[in-house]
Design a protein around this ligand. Structure first.
Ligand SMILES: [Zn+2]
Length: 239
């Protein structure tokens, strides 16, 4: 069975890989391709009911992205019309502003799918960011909040390196805020990955420690998790 299954799987992956090209997606004559994409799209059109389903949808989307088989869902004018009256994202992601971390792309999601909060260093220790998290949970009903740290994060690099910026700049304040959350690694440039993961874990705890969030988590309505994005291979590992 294995001998038969492997070539079929490889051929199937080949067909699906070609479906990732937008030109091919529009090619209605490619029946195999269209069927493969329709199958994924049908799944993505279902309402996410639980935190587990939300995290699984993000993991599946990232797997498509890593395999170079994204379906680019929910980005057409039909989706604009559907979402214009109101938004109902299934997830919130607190990510870094780093240009290498385009949230919808790396999770293969589209318009109206993810409520994205981005700041350099993905730190939630201020009212603007935490208020945005509250809004996503309380008013939008997101089933998960993901704090997404990433490899080679400049914000955390600056924080553990004790970088000093110009007096006119707000960068020092930003780095000080991150530094307070990665204290064990300050001055240890070779511990950058550990500092990035601690930074994300600290934000998860900070969100989970709030009474409003506890109510939603204890009721099974949402779940707050940390994750780490690899800028080399595009993979996201959930903690
Ligand atoms: Zn970063």
């Amino acid at each position: 069975m294995k001998k038969l299954f492997l070539p079929i799987a490889i051929v199937a992956m080949g067909i699906f890989a070609s479906c990732s090209q937008k030109e091919t997606v529009k090619n209605e004559s490619n029946d195999s391709c269209k069927a493969a994409i329709d199958s994924v799209m049908a799944t993505l059109d279902k309402t996410v009911e639980t935190p587990e389903e939300a995290i699984a949808r993000l993991k599946d989307g990232n797997a498509r992205y890593v395999a170079e088989t994204p379906v680019f869902p929910h980005h057409d004018h039909k989706r604009l019309a559907e979402t214009a009256p109101h938004q109902a994202p299934f997830a919130a992601v607190v990510a870094c502003s780093d240009s290498r971390v385009p949230v919808e792309l790396i999770f293969d999601q589209g318009i109206g799918d993810i409520f994205v909060i981005r700041t350099a260093g993905n730190n939630v220790n201020n009212d603007a960011v935490m208020g945005s998290v509250d809004y996503a949970i309380e008013h939008l009903g997101v089933k998960t909040v993901v704090v997404l740290g990433h490899e080679s994060c400049g914000g955390v690099t600056g924080a553990i390196g004790d970088v000093k910026a110009d007096d006119e700049s707000k960068i020092d304040e930003l780095l000080s805020m991150i530094q307070a959350d990665v204290k064990p690694y300050v001055g240890k440039a070779d511990s950058l990955d550990a500092a990035i993961k601690l930074n994300a874990a600290t934000q998860v705890k900070r969100i989970n420690d709030r009474e409003l969030v506890k109510k939603f988590v204890e009721a099974g309505k949402t779940q707050v998790v940390g994750a780490y994005y690899n800028v080399h291979d595009g993979s996201v590992v959930f903690e």
